[in-house]
Design a protein around this ligand. Structure first.
Ligand SMILES: Cc1cc2nc3c(=O)[nH]c(=O)nc-3n(C[C@H](O)[C@H](O)[C@H](O)COP(=O)(O)OP(=O)(O)OC[C@H]3O[C@@H](n4cnc5c(N)ncnc54)[C@H](O)[C@@H]3O)c2cc1C
Length: 402
């Protein structure tokens, strides 16, 4: 194809904007159609594991992200009641071990970095896609206000309730995972001085776990509390609730954790859904990227990481197969689908082990984590990450896709 390919992306979240950035840097003409009247993200944190940071590197924004991120020397895994340290997993050496550090960011800050890096992409706000028609040589996205956008490729990056996915592969329902969670964000100045929150923390207890980590260079503390429940199943990031509900759920948990809860002035709750992984992501000249292709539980911190990797691979394949964009989509899906599938399934498995109810099962798990930290695991490089996720972290999307 002599002219630059024209690519329309439905959805201006982290995945959609990362794809726009990767594609425009390779010379594509890109349009992003976002349903909201403004590009925005919710006030929550995001942990970026080394593979995500390597994706940001090849997207050309690692330094800018680094400037708004927080690092931490350890991930402290602690017992829910006694506060005992089950494992102190060193993260400070991830750059040496996995080729990039672990960073945590405010979601809105990351979105701003991605949007700020765009130069030629046309962003059209307030456009809600209702259907995509994939053809052999073109695809068309249709919007609620009657607008249509025709492009060489249409990319669905419209999240877990994707209209594009439904258009391409028919309706299916996201799977309620039996887990709900609460999130809060506390100003550092509001936190008790006797509790050290500079490192990432993961508190593990019966039927639940809680994570907290600093964001915005330590100005804020992000807190996410998970528990098993079938009582409430709305999938919304913006449902407010009272801190008393969080306090009541975690009665009996260690005060070094529960004293943090009232420090957040706002709490939100939502139910966690994922989807069974798809075997195919593309139909004709339309494809999927990010959560709409592979929504997963957040327990390995890989949802946004996978979206960033998808973005880079899609752009690389569009360049490599510039004369045959259908081949580009096939190559994209062949590279991405197995890895994303492994992350979806791995995240489900973590849900089970994170929420063990039996004290004996928890003891066995805790001893296993402690031994891995001390001696390394059985995998390649004696992986001493508690969850044996070195295989996720060591991946370098720039090397994989060229
Ligand atoms: C509790 C929790 C914690 C998490 N923590 C982490 C973490 O630490 N690390 C990590 O890597 N991942 C994490 N994730 C996962 C991560 O948040 C998602 O994987 C990521 O946001 C997906 O990005 P996306 O762009 O694919 O979708 P989304 O962020 O959902 O963006 C979709 C965009 O499409 C727009 N849109 C939707 N429908 C339409 C339409 N019809 N027309 C036009 N626009 C539309 C939306 O408005 C939105 O802007 C977490 C998830 C949860 C639930």
């Amino acid at each position: 194809m002599a002219r630059a390919p024209r690519i329309a992306i439905v959805g201006g979240g982290i995945g959609g904007l990362a794809a726009a950035l990767a594609l425009e840097r390779r010379g594509a003409e890109v349009i992003v159609a976002e349903q909201s009247p403004a590009l925005s993200e919710i006030g929550a944190g995001l942990n970026l594991t080394p593979n995500a940071v390597k994706a940001l590197r090849v997207l050309g924004v690692e330094d800018t992200v680094n400037a708004i991120a927080s690092g931490s020397e350890f991930l402290n895994i602690r017992s829910w009641k006694s506060g005992r340290y089950i494992s102190r997993m060193r993260r400070g050496d991830f750059k040496q071990k996995f080729g990039a550090p672990n960073l945590s960011v405010h979601r809105a800050d990351l979105l701003e970095v991605l949007a700020g890096a765009l130069r030629t992409t046309q962003i059209r706000l307030g456009l809600r896609a209702v259907a995509v028609e994939p053809g052999e040589r073109r695809a068309v996205a249709r919007f609620a206000d009657g607008t249509t956008i025709e492009a060489d490729i249409v990319v669905g990056a419209d999240g877990i309730h994707s209209v594009v996915r439904t258009s391409l592969f028919g309706a299916d329902v996201p799977r309620f995972t039996g887990c709900i969670c609460w999130r809060g964000m506390a100003e550092a100045s509001a936190l008790p001085h006797d509790i050290d929150v500079r490192d990432g923390a993961l508190w593990m207890g019966p039927h639940g776990h809680v994570v907290h980590y600093p964001v915005r260079r330590g100005e804020l503390l992000n807190i996410v509390a998970h528990c098993d429940s079938d009582a409430w199943t709305e999938e919304s990031w913006t449902q407010r609730c009272d801190v008393s509900e969080v306090m009541a759920t975690y009665t009996g948990w260690n005060p070094a954790l529960t004293r943090l809860y009232p420090c957040s002035t706002r709490w939100y709750k939502w139910a966690l859904y994922d989807r069974d992984p798809l075997m195919r992501w593309s139909r004709g000249r339309a494809t999927l990227l990010g959560d709409c292709a592979h929504a997963m539980l957040p327990y390995l911190g890989q949802g946004a990481a996978m979206a960033l990797e998808d973005a880079y691979v899609l752009a690389a394949m569009v360049t490599r197969h510039a004369d045959d964009l259908s081949a580009a989509l096939t190559a994209y899906e062949q590279i991405r689908a197995p890895r994303a599938r492994a992350a979806v399934m791995g995240s489900r498995e973590r849900a089970r082990e994170n929420h063990l109810a039996s004290p004996w099962a928890r003891l066995v798990r805790d001893v296993k984590f402690a031994l891995r930290q001390r001696f390394g695991g059985s995998g390649k490089n004696h992986d001493n990450t508690a969850f044996q996720v070195g295989w996720l972290y060591e991946y370098d999307v720039g090397k994989e896709a060229g």
